[in-house]
Design a protein around this ligand. Sequence first.
Ligand code: LMR
Length: 332
Amino acid sequence: MRILSLVCTVVVAFVPWAFPADAQVVIKFSHVVANDTPKGKGALKFKELAEKYTDGKVRIEVYPNSSLFKDKEEIEALQLGSVQMLAPSTAKFAPLGVKEFEALDLPWLFKDDATYAAAMKGEIGTWLFNKLKGKGITGLAYWDNGFHMVSAGRPLLAPADFQGLKIRISGSKVADQYFRNLGSIPQIMAFSEVYQALQTGVVDGCENTPSNYLTQKFHEVQKHITVSSHAHLQYAVIVNSKFWNGLSADMRAQLERAMNEATDYTNSIATKENEDALAEIKASGKTTLHYLSDDQRKAWREAMAPTYVWAKGRVGQEILDIIAKELNLTMN
Ligand code: LMR
């Protein structure tokens, strides 16, 4: 008896993620944006499909709007296993030990949504997910959220307009660099703190997509927004590998099916969601939208170009070479 109980203790101790056959598996899915955004809707779609395909054997608890964890905490929580699934912006992956994801933040990298989507389905997306292996994290999907705009209390049309502005960024050193190239002072801050920081003047400006501006009301505390599309915002849906590998193969397959369908859904609505959000921001009359002329865009691109050279030291030549090949670009 004592031997049996010792064996059981050892088995339980060494297989902490194995689940009893009939216990309901709970997946806590934490994210920082509103439900009414491409990511928010994608998470709810995944919940609906995952619970359906597993016949209720899995329950997905979605925690939007930083209601469970803020940016940095949620990454730590995933590593510790106190949350099982996240979909952070890839700009926030350096704390996982994978700075290479920041290559996706290079300014003016993707010329349109279709180019972005093809890149993530191809070698770029696969190569980056392989980098997560060995970090205890498994990448399941890439979710789109379109292109960044940028805003402040004054119109941002020429690089000189950025001089001395404190700009909130989400975490990427590549974004830090391109804002420095423009003469501004970037500052990393959790997403949940941005509205108040803009309102009280802790920072002067920020970058984000229309759906995030609208749902966080950033446009109500920024007098001028430039619809610049200077960089792209995408998410990687990630899980704790020990948790994921501890599920039965059947259950994983059902969840993968749900994730694939939720991904197609999210990526199919992202562009329209952002167009609608932009129209709503415009109709609100609470801010002024600006669009760059060709000459102005050229001046921004030239001002930000040094980021490409600088990025080699940050993300490494290998991912830059893959991106250059896949997107048919000359980087130097
Ligand atoms: C941000 O922090 O600006 C974004 O990454 C938030 C998000 O998840 O869209």
